[in-house]
Design a protein around this ligand. Sequence first.
Ligand SMILES: [Zn+2]
Ligand SMILES: [Zn+2]
Length: 253
Amino acid sequence: MRLIVLGCGGSVPDGSRNGPGFWIEGEEAKVLLDCGAGILPALPRRVRDWTGITHIFLSHFHIDHVVELPAILFALEHAPGIEERTAPLEILGPPGTARLVGGLESAFERDFTQQRFDVAVREVGPGNAHAIAPGCTLRVLSVPHTDESLAVRIDERGAAVGYTGDTAPSPDLAAFFRGCDVLIADCSLDEPSQGAGHLSVEETARLASDASVPRLVATHLFPGLDPAKTKKRLEAAFPGEVQVARDGLSFDM
Ligand SMILES: [Zn+2]
Ligand SMILES: [Zn+2]
């Protein structure tokens, strides 16, 4: 599997990072996790054959994670060569995803699901592994952020990548991510803050340690959190490999 960071910021732009968006490419599955601001133009810049996208996963409905969903669907509709495409596209997300897509359709007076290829919405919940391609599954965990918020992991043939989405600390996270090769984790806060709905630097490091993952990619840093200093703090509390996400970062697992 390949991971490409398309955007690692949050709701407030700082000029160097797009909103949240991560490209996960398996043998057949091509999955976009979240659709933050700037993800649409990042797709053709960072991904070869981005129009072959098979799944879009929404972690939750905060605007910084979903804002470019309609723009991506609209662009796909008009992409050169798309008339050749027959493979379906699935939009995965928490319960309420169909309502969100329906709301966008009425706001823009378009039927996004009526394309030359099938576009379907699948609402997913914790528990079962959802098959998304041969040998490739997606699992979710409810996390404390908004009512619908989900963390997600994608497993394919022995490789796995996990993404917390936005989350406050939760005792369930570490077990959920155990066995992942890479953990992309919320690392928004300088210090823990009750009610903020996000992880602080040390909480992020503790999660990665407790999950025993070999590699941590810290993301969603709030403006003002210095990447170099954050990396040092993470490394002090987590024995694995640490990367503070930057747009364009990519690697294979
Ligand atoms: Zn966010
Ligand atoms: Zn959020």
